[in-house]
Design a protein around this ligand. Structure first.
Ligand SMILES: Cc1ncc(COP(=O)(O)O)c(C=O)c1O
Length: 449
């Protein structure tokens, strides 16, 4: 069974280094892993592979909250529950038809069948730079150059993980928001880095208090990671905040990494600001974009980075050892999507805004009032006290909720210690299923109270 601790190895752990590693791994990593679970939840676990082929970096990676919920959903389905899955931020809207047509055409074009070297990715880099100019104008430091300031990514998640390898050495520190998109923690562990947590608190609008960061910690860090509109909190940053962040990074010699996949999810006519448009930013910042959220193409695995030429070149070098760029047809699909008029992005943002309003209203009706944020694909909600002991244990809350009602949410704890006590609703279903989810959540809370 997946969650059972392995039996302690027979060898003398004191004298045999491999046995010592075995013994270390045989210890449950925390009480949660030691909890007996249903056999339905069995899934591959790091500790089930021979330890000599598992690096310390790999073992340092936290368990994936999404994998946990995947197993909990499978168990609920197996038990006959109708699952409403709001645990993953995978957009259910349709990719742009012109992107799908470009991909279809590309599969019939033999010129797309070979390895795509860097020069082959130029059309996407040009399209990304053009898109940024049309949306935000030229950065104060001068226009972006597709060859110096742009790079294609296999999604912003891939980009961030390899960027950390590219710009920091094992043992270095990185300033990381808490809560944050869970893959950040794995990426930091794999790069052998130390994470210095920047709490994102509701009373600060989920922005980090940069004045509260110990200057010695900031001096020894290599990068500051930000993400606005934010996952999971849906917090938004304004230009004044980015100006402070740029000044902070310049003062402490940090690379400002702005993970920006939710650029297109802001309500109304306002644009989520690009940090690259702030004075001085191009000298310290890199911004990561994604077709997953802007164009509902999460499965296609395509994104791009814009920003500081040295960071771009370092990332390109690391990626050169890892991948040959995305399939050219997928790059062409992204180019087609980037040429869409802004009105298309606005239309999609309105869909998420309407869902957000519907879910917030339905939750308020069942006694879970929330303030709906002005952006993003999520509602980030403190578990109400009526949930009793479950209010302080988001993983237990989500396990019980999906088991009893089929509603799957993401437990806040998976986003970092400051996420404990919260859950995240992903707005990836229409208003009616969202209302039904709220109704079931309400009945569940009533049973707890
Ligand atoms: C903050 C953040 N960064 C990155 C990603 C992953 O983006 P991509 O699909 O481009 O790898 C997500 C996905 O939910 C996210 O929320």
């Amino acid at each position: 069974m997946a969650s059972e601790p392995r039996p302690a190895p027979a060898a003398d752990a004191g004298s045999d280094p491999l046995a010592a590693r075995d013994a270390e791994l045989a210890r449950p990593r925390d009480a949660e892993l030691a909890r007996p679970r249903d056999a339905e939840l069995a899934r591959p676990r790091i500790t089930s592979v021979p330890v000599r082929f598992t690096s310390a970096r790999t073992r340092a990676m936290p368990e994936s909250v999404f994998a946990h919920m995947d197993a909990a959903k499978a168990a609920a389905r197996a038990a006959g529950r109708d699952v409403i899955d709001l645990s993953i931020g995978s957009s259910d809207l349709a990719p742009p038809p012109e992107a799908l047509a470009a991909l279809r055409d590309a599969t019939a074009d033999p010129a797309t069948y070979g390895y795509c070297l860097a020069s082959g990715s130029r059309p996407l880099r040009e399209a990304a730079v053009r898109w940024h100019r049309e949306r935000f104008g030229d950065p104060p430091g001068g226009p972006l150059d597709p060859d110096a300031h742009a790079l294609q990514l296999i999604g912003s998640q891939e980009g961030l993980a390899h960027l950390l390898w590219a710009v920091a050495d094992a043992g270095d520190a990185v300033l990381l928001p808490d809560p944050a998109y869970p893959s950040y923690f794995g990426a930091v562990a794999v790069a052998g880095l130390e994470a210095i947590a920047l709490p994102l608190l509701q009373q600060n609008g989920f922005l980090p208090d940069l004045d509260a960061v110990d200057p010695r910690a900031a001096d020894r860090a290599r990068a500051l990671v930000l993400n606005y509109p934010n996952n999971p909190t849906a917090g938004v940053a304004d230009e004044a905040f980015f100006d402070r962040a740029v000044a902070f990074c310049r003062r402490h010699g940090l690379l400002l990494v702005h993970d920006f996949p939710y650029v297109d999810t802001v309500d109304g006519e306002a644009c989520a600001p690009s940090v690259l448009s702030r004075p001085g930013a191009l000298e310290v910042a890199i911004e990561l974009y994604s077709a997953s959220k802007s164009f509902h193409m999460g499965g296609f695995r395509i994104g791009w980075a814009l920003g500081h030429p040295e960071a771009i070149a370092a990332l390109a070098r690391v990626k050169g050892a890892v991948d040959f760029n995305a399939y050219l047809g997928i790059q062409r699909a992204a180019v087609a999507a980037l040429a869409r008029p802004r009105s298309a992005a606005r239309r999609d943002a309105l869909v998420f805004a309407a869902r957000r309003a519907a879910l917030a209203a339905a939750l308020a009706e069942v006694g879970w009032p929330l303030s709906a944020p002005p952006a993003g694909m999520y509602l980030w909600a403190r578990i109400p006290t009526v949930a009793g002991a479950l209010a302080a244990d988001s993983l237990a809350f989500c396990d019980a909720l999906v088991r009893d009602t089929g509603v799957a949410l993401a437990p806040g704890r998976g986003f970092g210690p400051n996420g404990e006590g919260y859950v995240r609703f992903a707005l990836v279903r229409d208003a009616d299923p969202l209302r039904e989810a709220a109704r079931r959540v309400g009945a569940f809370l009533t049973r707890q109270g």
